[in-house]
Design a protein around this ligand. Structure first.
Ligand code: LMR
Ligand code: MN
Length: 433
């Protein structure tokens, strides 16, 4: 009986080696069975749980199964629960980071923050772990938390570029404080350090420079972004792109293949206008643009379709418009866009910006535009204006900027449409934006 524990140890080592070999040989099903047995028979052995986590993670990728991924997360948590007595710092963080990556992938950022806290608690002297936490907050646009975490990190590590970057982003988005945000963003991005080289960061720095009237410096940033493969071109800076799609700032209706549908909408522009105008006359329907794209002025929207889905309550108030759109599924069903009324009051300026994706084209059906010579839309290097009853199409993944220097409101119907070169499969499977 005295010899039993040692034997059991030996057999654990042996079984573990076998299971790992099966995993390496990509015999995943057998490896999972082995690790399941190991965690049952040797529940007190951390490496049994770690191995099981790894194999479940591999299987989840192979089978594209979220269920499996949750099982992997669970196994990682069991492993982490063994704590510092039995697991080295290195193994602990590596498992924690995998667990976090999986939770982020599943969109459970709140749960991920618990794992972050665990890692930070164990290794309070590692700023990287704190930056990972603020990145998780950044991913879900939880800017208050980004600011809080980054600021605390900077107190201890004032020159940490990733913390500076996150703090700068929070200052910009949360407070609209471009002056204060700029040095943080600039220093961090220019450092080229790990964790600072992402398309989104280049875009944020460039836009901040543009808002401070430092256009030529912004262009330099965008040029670097193109060279690094972050942006399709100097002007086309969308972040969610499909490759090889035709890219030009303005499109002719006949180039889109949607000519017939667009003509029909245009034919009914007065009815559409009247429905939009009726809502404008009442308060509480149009909502302020909320992405901090406005320099000054008033710019509001009333959404009919979002991410390919009908906004029911709104469509009830504009039945003619929506029944027309219902026949135009390449627009109303476009999961990477919206259909909306857009009203812009006089004395409005919208900062240069790019839409999020190259997968859509954006049509404007002009409904009310009494002062065409006082308004302007610039897309890349071309400018045009709105004329009642007319329709134009542009690609809003290209940088665009809007001015309204007149005295009366301008109203348009904005319709996003799937980029005509996207295949039916792409239209079905691309994640919504
Ligand atoms: C935009 O898409 O950013 C603008 O053109 C919208 C608008 O109402 O002009
Ligand atoms: Mn826009």
């Amino acid at each position: 009986a005295a010899a039993a524990p040692a034997e059991k140890e030996d057999s654990f080592e042996q079984e573990l080696r076998k299971a790992n070999e099966e995993m390496i040989r990509e015999n995943y099903a057998q490896a999972l069975r082995s690790f399941n047995t190991l965690t049952t028979n040797f529940a007190h052995e951390p490496l049994a749980h770690l191995g099981r986590a790894r194999i479940l993670e591999l299987l989840s990728k192979k089978e594209r199964s979220n269920q499996r991924l949750w099982e992997a997360i669970d196994a990682y948590k069991r492993y982490l629960a063994f704590g510092e007595l039995v697991i080295s710092d290195q193994e602990f963080t590596s498992a924690g980071e995998s667990c976090i990556e999986n939770l982020r992938f599943l969109g459970h950022h709140r749960q991920a923050t618990n794992i972050h806290e665990l890692l930070i608690e164990r290794l309070p002297k590692d700023p990287r772990l704190r930056n990972q936490l603020s990145l998780t907050h950044l991913m879900v646009n939880n800017l208050q938390q980004v600011e809080k975490v980054a600021l605390e990190t900077l107190k201890q590590w004032p020159t940490n570029t990733v913390a500076q970057l996150h703090y700068g982003l929070a200052l910009r988005q949360l407070r609209g404080d471009y002056v204060k945000a700029l040095p943080y963003l600039k220093y961090a991005v220019e450092s080229q350090e790990e964790g600072t080289q992402e398309a989104f960061f280049y875009l944020s720095l460039g836009e901040t420079l543009q808002r401070l009237s430092r256009q030529s410096e912004a262009l330099d940033v965008y040029k670097k972004g193109v060279a690094k493969g972050f942006f399709a071109s100097l002007y086309q800076r969308s972040l969610y792109n499909e490759p090889r799609l035709k890219a030009q700032s303005f499109w002719q209706s006949k180039e889109t293949g949607y000519e017939r549908q667009l003509e029909k909408l245009q034919l009914h522009w007065r009815a559409i206008r009247d429905e939009g105008m009726a809502l404008l006359g009442k308060s509480g329907y149009f909502e302020d643009e909320a992405e901090q794209l406005r320099d000054q002025g008033v710019w509001q929207q009333f959404e009919l379709y979002a991410q390919g889905r009908r906004v029911k309550d709104n469509c009830r108030r504009t039945p003619i418009t929506c029944s027309l759109l219902q026949e135009f599924s390449e627009s109303s069903g476009c999961r990477r866009g919206q259909v909306k009324f857009s009203v812009m009051q006089a004395k409005t300026h919208v900062w240069p910006h790019c839409g999020p994706t190259n997968c859509r084209l954006r049509a404007h059906l002009t409904l009310v535009a009494p002062e065409p010579e006082k308004t302007s839309l610039r897309v890349a290097e071309q400018e045009r204006t709105w004329r009642e009853g007319e329709l134009f199409i542009f690609d809003d993944s290209f940088e665009h900027e809007v001015w309204h220097n007149g005295t009366q409101a301008r109203l348009v119907l904005i319709l996003d449409m799937w980029h005509p070169e996207l295949t039916p499969t792409q239209r079905r499977s691309l994640p919504p934006i």
